[in-house]
Design a binder for this molecule. Sequence first.
Ligand SMILES: Nc1nc2c(ncn2[C@@H]2O[C@H](COP(=O)(O)OP(=O)(O)OP(=O)(O)O)[C@@H](O)[C@H]2O)c(=O)[nH]1
Ligand SMILES: [Mg+2]
Length: 363
Amino acid sequence: MANFRKAILITYPIEQTINEAKSLADAAGYSVIKTVTQRQITKSRFGIGRGKAEEVKEIVKEIKSDVIIFDETIKPTQIYNLASLCKVEIIDRERLILEIFERRASTAESHIQIKLAQLRYDMARAREKVRLARAGEQPGFYGLGKYEADIYFLDIRRRAAMLKKRLEKEETRRQLHRNQRVKVGLPTVSLAGYTSAGKTTLFNKMTGETKVTGQGIFTTLSTFTRAIDLQGGKVLLNDTIGFISKLPPYMIDAFKSTLDELTYASLALLVLDISEPVDEIKRKLESSRDVINEFEVPDTKIIYVLNKADLTTVEDAFHKADQLGILDSKRLLAVSAKTGYNIDQLKNLMTSTLFETKKVRGK
Ligand SMILES: Nc1nc2c(ncn2[C@@H]2O[C@H](COP(=O)(O)OP(=O)(O)OP(=O)(O)O)[C@@H](O)[C@H]2O)c(=O)[nH]1
Ligand SMILES: [Mg+2]
């Protein structure tokens, strides 16, 4: 696409990490022309070593890149140092994720959540920048003097407070909806899992909806609910935002109201892409668990959905589940959201977990 901006990616020399960073860059509208890897990218001065930094500087000149994407969260001083050396803008992992969210946000609530997360990002950096400005280490700051820097800092806080109020209003509204649903007495089932695991595809399959799915990262950014019929009765199914590793706590915080559905859910379907290498699934499962734990969903309320079974074999899926240590859970099933394989069985498993108290077998 013509409006793609040229980027140099700095990341770790691990294939999956490189691929994920590239997908993130792509989703944010950057085209990675060159990837530079280093085992350690949290070094004090530039993040990367001085020699590497000089190398990057040359590449910037050579390919005339618009930005450097730094696949880590680095300090403002490091960003400043690297930007001064290479004479180009630096986008760290957090900002990259925020840029994607911004492009994808479609509801009023997600807009507020993203603005709030952006302000928190700015605030964390403003503190450091104001400190640098005070110490005279960083002349000016966005072209501002010390006094203005203080005002800027206060302004961020004021705006954040305002957004929080608006978000609270939205949350109250959501709460009302939720109360109504509770009154109607329908149990809620939430889809959860790493981005691109296939949550929305599964949601569409079970509800007959046509919500957007995609290979890119963070396709879904807001919760969507539909009623479905199970044998035991009607339940409400929630599609939610996907998880990603190294998502800073304040971002989870910004999306808390969206993910709150998890707290209120009678059941969570933790969707895994079982066709991936086991180490990769493990990493994603751990990130997903971190988020799920935040919302205090007990393990008894989780069904592990081994999705994309059509891309592998059921044996392989269960072998991987064993390696992941989730085989002991009676609540797991290999399915394909794409072909519909085992979707009825999944519904049965949901029914038995939700409506029957006796022990169930999920295989
Ligand atoms: N082969 C195969 N592909 C699948 C299956 N389920 C989903 N996909 C594909 O995986 C990609 C991601 O699917 P989504 O449903 O958008 O994933 P998601 O979990 O909703 O992702 P986010 O909204 O980003 O969190 C899409 O290209 C789907 O077509 C499956 O069972 N088999
Ligand atoms: Mg989705």
